[in-house]
Write a protein that binds this ligand. Structure first.
Ligand code: HEC
Ligand code: HEC
Ligand code: HEC
Ligand code: HEC
Length: 453
């Protein structure tokens, strides 16, 4: 008997050693982050934090340049965004951009040295759009970046390609249909720190705008049927996203939630509101600034599905609760702080201009969609170089081939309506129809109209 107890004890000890091997070595810092007794504590490994500190040092600012003298827009030939700056300020920003994005490659990473006004290098076309992106984030998204703001360095850190980006994952091949739809499970991926959660939450929340909220609002089904509609599958997508939020900020769930009730906003720390705006900001960065560059980036920079690299929380945060631990570079570069007059005046249509929703099995344009398509057509007048990408979506219930066919016919209907509104064929680009996984709401029966430069 005694021997048995001893054996069990030894087994437990071995088990414990085994468990500990998966843990982080003490000492660990714990910082209280909410009311005492609510378990709102942040746990930090000081060695991980130590490693992050040198990676978040801000490069020294260049000496300021005067605002006097002729404007860049008058002196140079092909300045479309920064024309309001003095030549001194313009040159200083070019030098800073070189330090932030291509310190090894220099000015010629974006420029044809024979002619600086030439737009033949794709990197220059991308960089121009990136200046507008940075101005929009700083000027229109202070609900997230506050006065701290961002510069090219926040994402690029001295590299032409930011370290943390994402591409859309290809859909599972269902041809043999032996295992069925895995719903992106059981395929460990970095995006969920190898947890067995769906590996591509990003497409649904950072490109599309699927509902993130899944918690039931009632204990029992309501009078008119169940109020708690979210499936377990949908919930797992939400958790996949939440793991990314925590991981990219180097925090745990209690940084934004009181885990007594994840859904309750009143009990959540203020950081959750900041994160809410962050999710919307990331969508705008991806849909209005990055996706429309798909025709500009070379194939070698694109993902398996031909999409461009996109932003998530880690692109800026890179493991820190605030990028660069909250240091502001923007104060030294105020020209990146507001949307410049030239960007505004241009009024060029960009990003998602309209989403046209369809009834089940219907391929004719719903009556209420006509007005929004006419608006799009009106906005396109005077912009012969802007193209419209027309993408049809279908959900994954029922026959795949039939759904894709329906999505295609819906895209045709939208194209015809645009044509009737005066947008010529040459400005319309029909994309391959796509599936939306895990959703049977009306949102997936749609056609998006996206303007690209
Ligand atoms: C990361 C890309 C990038 C790098 C690196 C870069 N530039 Fe530029 N440059 C641009 C963009 C984009 C424009 C156009 C800005 C606009 O449209 O407002 C531009 C425009 C210019 C122009 C105006 C040319 C004209 O006549 O229209 C000059 C001059 C210039 N850059 C000089 C430099 C110098 C000098 C360097 C190196 C110190 C440099 N640039 C590095 C992206 C870059
Ligand atoms: C919110 C993050 C973010 C900010 C801020 C940002 N970029 Fe980018 N940049 C990206 C992403 C994402 C890509 C696409 C990377 C890829 O192709 O894999 C990119 C690509 C580029 C490229 C193309 C590089 C290549 O080799 O293909 C250039 C050039 C560039 N950015 C310049 C700039 C400049 C200049 C600024 C500041 C005015 C800036 N970026 C600000 C995220 C950012
Ligand atoms: C950086 C802040 C942040 C962190 C960290 C975070 N969340 Fe969230 N969480 C949010 C925000 C913001 C929402 C609401 C999103 C929306 O409505 O668009 C949310 C929503 C949720 C929801 C849905 C609530 C509802 O109303 O249905 C759950 C569940 C959830 N989070 C769980 C977690 C878990 C588990 C973790 C840790 C792995 C975590 N969160 C970490 C910010 C965060
Ligand atoms: C374009 C760069 C950028 C991206 C992308 C970004 N953030 Fe931020 N975030 C910032 C900056 C800059 C701050 C600092 C603002 C300040 O000083 O309060 C910040 C602050 C925060 C804070 C407040 C931290 C605190 O302790 O007050 C939270 C929470 C946060 N971000 C969450 C997110 C989440 C979640 C995402 C992805 C959905 C995200 N961020 C994407 C730039 C970014």
């Amino acid at each position: 008997m005694n021997a048995l107890v001893r054996m069990a004890g030894a087994g437990a000890l071995l088990g414990l050693v085994g468990l500990m091997a998966g843990c982080e070595r003490p000492p660990i810092d714990a910082v209280q982050h909410g009311y005492r007794g609510t378990g709102m504590v942040q746990v930090y490994n000081p060695r991980t934090v130590d490693k992050l500190i040198p990676l978040n040092v801000v490069p020294e600012a260049l000496p300021a340049a005067g605002a006097d003298g002729p404007k860049a827009g008058e002196v140079y030939q092909n300045v479309k965004v920064l024309g309001d700056l003095s030549v001194g300020q313009f040159t200083r920003l070019m030098v800073a951009m070189t330090q932030w994005v291509s310190p090894e490659q220099g000015c010629n990473y974006c420029h044809n040295p024979q002619n600086l006004a030439d737009d033949s290098m794709y990197t220059k076309v991308v960089a121009r759009r990136m200046i507008q992106l940075t101005q929009t984030v700083n000027g229109n998204w202070q609900s997230h970046v506050q006065q701290t703001g961002v510069t090219c360095y926040t994402c690029h850190r001295g590299q032409p390609v930011p370290a943390q980006t994402w591409f859309q994952a290809p859909p599972q091949d269902l041809k043999s249909n032996f295992i069925g739809d895995k719903a992106q499970q059981n395929t460990p991926a970095r995006s969920t720190t190898l947890a067995t959660l769906p590996y591509d939450s990003f497409t649904y929340y950072f490109k599309q705008d699927f509902p993130i909220r899944v918690a039931g609002v009632e204990a029992l089904p309501g009078e008119y049927g169940p109020l708690n509609r979210a499936s377990i599958k949908q919930t797992e997508f939400t958790y996949g996203l939440m793991i990314h939020l925590s991981d990219s900020l180097g925090v745990n769930c209690t940084y934004c939630h009181n885990t007594r009730s994840f859904g309750n906003w009143a009990e959540s720390p203020p950081q959750r509101v900041n994160a809410w705006h962050g999710i919307r900001m990331v969508r705008e960065i991806n849909n209005t600034y990055l996706e429309p560059l798909a025709n500009v980036f070379p194939a070698s920079r694109k993902g398996e599905l031909g999409d461009v690299a996109k932003t998530n929380c880690a692109t800026c945060h890179q493991g820190a609760y605030k990028p660069l631990f909250g240091a502001s570079m923007l104060k030294d570069y105020p020209e990146l702080g507001a949307v410049s007059r030239q960007s505004q005046a241009a009024g060029m249509p960009t990003g998602v201009l309209a989403k046209v929703l369809f009834e089940v099995n219907q391929t004719t344009l719903p009556a209420d969609a006509k007005a929004s398509i006419e608006q799009v057509a009106a906005r396109m007048k005077g912009f012969p170089n802007v193209k419209l990408d027309i993408s049809g979506y279908a959900d994954r219930t029922g026959s795949a081939a039939k759904n894709l066919e329906i999505a295609k016919l819906r895209a045709f209907a939208v194209r015809d309506a645009l044509k009737a509104g005066g947008v010529p064929d040459s400005q319309v680009n029909l994309k391959k129809p796509e599936f939306v996984i895990g959703d049977t709401s009306g949102n997936s029966r749609r056609v998006d109209i996206v303007a690209t430069p």
